[in-house]
Design a binder for this molecule. Structure first.
Ligand SMILES: CN1c2c(nc(N)[nH]c2=O)NC[C@@H]1CNc1ccc(C(=O)N[C@@H](CCC(=O)N[C@@H](CCC(=O)N[C@@H](CCC(=O)O)C(=O)O)C(=O)O)C(=O)O)cc1
Ligand SMILES: N[C@@H](CCS)C(=O)O
Ligand SMILES: [Zn+2]
Length: 769
């Protein structure tokens, strides 16, 4: 029984890739070291999969930064500003596209060749918390083979004696994810130019000895128009013909194929992967009309969540399929790449045995797949123990008293619509203005300040027990005080305490909420070298005690300027956690909203005049199909409002969203009714504001003027130019001045000049009539 993983975590079991990348970027090690670590990680991944019984082991699922960026580099879609003129794309160019570059001149407003370069735009990969680099197409875009990475990595594995199944992002998904500054350039119109490059890659893979090649087309889980469906047909007709010796497997995931099923089944390829976790209903419909030539890859193990699977139940479902199809027409797989789950739950010794037993990370999922494979080929008896254990685990979670809390259920049942309402914004506004006394174009930041080595080391030492509670607290107080003093000195209007006490904006709260568990090493790549440890919601959520009030109160005690309370919103807490699957997500979200509501009220009681409730994940939580949007947005907005509406009208509620595309959901954003929203806009050059203008968004908006994902320090003039654009689209008294997002990933050497320039830009704007 062929068994695939679709892709595996590449950051390394101990985040080895992160260390290697950051060391390379800091100039402590050279490219050779970085590439050697990458090679080792690939080899380890291949060997681990082989040992666990995976037969369709992926290659080219590895990336130094991002697989979409790899694809752009593979096809030579390198925008002119990066100065590439042909030949293999150098590593510096690759990383300049990923991260921007400061350049020899130390920045500046008009980057010339070799000087500070902006990074490519980054956005969320479908509805995941993984970020990809948005392909950018230029007018007259031509493609050429500029990297043979898929072939190189196939051969690398082959040298180790491992036959792999190379993974490519499909040409149609790739184009649909791309953008052009030229609004008339429709990415799919570039397909004919792109296909020869893909064809060449496939021919080279064929020549190198590849058999199966996995081509990911997750766009099949989206609403597609006829143009996109036609593009898929043309693409796979061309690609199948290009390398007839290969067996192409088109992979759809993250949702049901739904009305794209006919299109997918008609593609002239050898195999089709279905996400049967999110698209269970596809199976029967696919079997009814499955062409004889097509093998089915059954994505039965959840690649997006961490619960042990109910293996006997899965076998009940797929056993009959295995009897219907010839063995060579069936493959087993996770629903999608395992990139989105941590590596191994075995080491999670901080969790009690029962809870740890409920979890399956990538390694455990591979073992589950191998068990299913053996059950199908050798019979259930051959793996009876493993199946019994799986059934026991599932039953133990389902019936555990730990997952229910009667008080939470009672509170949820008592929620009234009034609890999600405040006075109208127009009435709140003067009350807040009187209380806060801010200038026009008030300046603020999004919450976090640099998580320096010293901060992380102190936290690590505190966790290890080598730094006492008292000393850790004193250290954090010093950091917070220094941040407050510095913000006052640079003349920021609404201050933040800096979030030095937080490991992560979700994990920090997860650690303090009942119903949540957190891991020690459950890292998942978020972008590039950056990782998160999504906490695990296993039971009813409640707040045993205030979570942030001491820190906010302490910071506020140091200054007369308003300090914003800083919370992560209910939708984001849900979206960036692994969520229990025995309750609707809306219910879990309401539980979190009520816990946060108490925190917001407590902050107000502690004298905090503005509270920011971050909701950067609200857009990515949007279902992939439009038909499902309204239902999601209704509960998502209600949950935000529930968390925000317990306070008096004069308390200003901020929210923050980064990397969001707002056009489609602007009414819902309006319905959240935050007094101020800060959004990411700098990489898109204020494009995003069009949504807010057309809708005549009445509340206040802070369009980000400083791209915090790049080490590049922006200058005053470019921020003024962005603000002038904002002023063309919004009323002056609506506009706040702030960065795109929090500054935790930056260094103080970057933050200080950038924020000083930002304040200067706001002052300059106040002086421009
Ligand atoms: C805003 N974003 C976030 C998303 N998702 C989240 N869950 N959180 C987010 O903030 N999604 C969208 C974006 C993505 N952006 C980012 C930005 C930055 C990071 C990031 O910096 N991640 C850190 C890890 C953060 C963390 O958990 N830190 C812990 C552990 C630190 C650590 O590694 N300690 C070492 C020892 C340290 C030493 O001795 O020097 C160890 O444990 O081995 C902490 O600070 O305590 C990262 O490093 O990648 C993520 C997403
Ligand atoms: N308050 C958070 C928001 C990140 S989206 C921060 O500043 O890091
Ligand atoms: Zn953000």
């Amino acid at each position: 029984m062929p068994i695939a993983t679709m892709g595996v975590p590449r950051i390394g079991p101990r985040r080895e890739l992160k260390s290697a990348l950051e060391s390379y970027w800091a100039g402590r090690t050279g490219a050779a070291d970085l590439l050697a670590t990458a090679r080792l990680l690939r080899a380890e991944n291949w060997r681990r999969q082989q040992a666990l019984g995976i037969t369709h082991i992926p290659s080219n699922d590895f990336s130094l930064y991002d697989q979409v960026l790899d694809t752009s580099v593979m096809v030579g879609a390198v925008p002119a500003l990066y100065g590439w003129t042909g030949g293999p794309v150098p590593l510096e160019t690759y990383f300049a596209m990923a991260r921007g570059s400061q350049g020899r001149s130390g920045g500046g407003c008009a980057p010339a060749a070799g000087e500070g370069l902006p990074a490519q735009e980054m956005t969320k990969w479908f509805d995941t918390n993984y970020h990809f680099m948005v392909p950018e197409f230029e007018p007259g875009q031509r493609f050429q083979l500029a990297s043979t990475k898929p072939v190189d990595e196939f051969l690398e594995a082959k040298e180790l004696g491992i036959q792999t199944r190379p993974v490519l992002i499909g040409p149609v998904t790739y184009l649909l994810l791309g953008k052009s500054k030229d609004a008339d350039l429709k990415p799919l119109s570039l397909l004919d130019g792109l296909l020869p490059v893909y064809a060449e890659v496939l021919r080279r893979l064929e020549a190198a000895g590849a058999g199966w090649v996995q081509i990911d087309e997750p766009c099949l889980a989206l609403d597609l128009d006829d143009g996109a469906r036609h593009a898929l047909h043309r693409a796979y007709a061309a690609l199948s013909a290009a390398a007839p010796g290969l067996e192409l497997l088109v992979a759809s995931y993250f949702g049901p194929l739904g009305d794209n099923l006919e299109t997918a089944l008609a593609l002239p390829v050898a195999g089709l992967h279905l996400d049967l976790v999110r698209g269970a209903a596809d199976l029967e419909r696919a079997l009814e009309r499955l062409p004889d030539r097509l093998a089915l890859s059954l994505g039965v193990i959840d690649g997006r969540n961490v619960w042990r699977a109910d293996l006997p139940a899965i076998l009940d479902r797929i056993g009959p399929v295995a009897e219907r199809l010839r063995p060579e027409r069936l493959l087993l797989a996770p629903s999608c790449s395992l990139l989105h789950v941590p590596v191994d739950s075995e080491g999670e010794t901080g969790l009690d045995d029962e809870l740890r037993g409920w979890l399956a990370f990538a390694v455990q999922k591979m073992a589950e797949l191998a068990t299913l494979g053996r059950a199908l080929t050798e019979g259930r008896e051959a793996v009876a123990d493993a199946l019994d254990a799986a059934a026991r685990t599932v039953a133990s979670r389902r019936t555990s008293p730990r997952i229910h809390d009667a008080a939470v259920a009672a509170r949820l049942a008592a929620v009234t619509p009034e609890m999600a309402r405040r006075l109208p914004y127009a009435e709140r506004r003067p009350l807040q203005a009187a209380r806060l006394g801010l200038p026009l174009f008030p300046t603020t930041t999004i919450g976090s300040f640099p998580q320096t080595d010293a901060v992380r080391k102190a936290r690590a030492a505190h966790i290890k027990g080598t730094l006492s509670d008292q000393d850790y607290l004193a250290f954090l107080r010093r950091e917070t005080e220094a941040a407050i003093r510095w913000q006052e000195a640079v003349d920021i209007d609404v201050l933040v305490h800096g979030e030095f006490e937080r490991n992560d904006m979700v994990q920090y709260f997860g650690e303090q909420l009942a119903g949540y568990a957190f891991t020690r090493n459950g890292w998942v790549q978020s972008y590039g070298s950056r990782c998160v440890r999504p906490p695990v919601i296993f039971g009813d959520v409640s707040r045993p005690a205030p979570m942030t009030v001491d820190w906010a109160g302490y910071a506020q005690s140091l200054t007369d300027r308003p300090v914003k309370g800083m919370l992560t919103g209910p939708v984001t807490m849900l979206q960036w956690s692994f969520v229990r699957d025995d309750l609707p997500r809306a219910t879990v979200c309401r539980q979190i909203a009520l816990a946060l509501r108490d925190e917001v009220v407590d902050l107000e009681r502690a004298g905090i005049r503005a509270v920011q409730i971050d909701e950067p994940a609200i857009r990515e939580g949007l279902p992939l199909r439009r038909a499902d949007w309204a239902a999601y947005l209704a509960w998502a907005v209600e949950c935000f409002r529930l968390s925000a509406s317990g306070v008096r009208p004069e308390t200003q509620i901020h929210t923050h969203m980064c990397y969001s595309e707002f056009n489609d959901i602007i009414e819902a954003i309006g319905a959240m009714d935050a007094d101020v929203i800060s959004i990411e806009t700098s990489r898109s050059k204020m494009e995003l504001l069009d949504a807010f203008t057309g809708y005549r968004y009445p509340n206040e908006i802070g369009p980000g003027v400083y791209d915090i994902h790049s080490p590049r320090v922006p200058c005053v003039e470019e921020m003024v130019a962005l603000l002038v654009k904002a002023r063309e689209r919004l009323k002056p008294d609506q506009i706040w001045v702030n960065p795109d997002c929090g500054l935790k990933t930056r260094r103080w050497e970057e933050v200080k000049p950038a924020l000083a320039a930002m304040v200067a830009a706001a002052k300059a704007l106040r002086a421009i009539p």
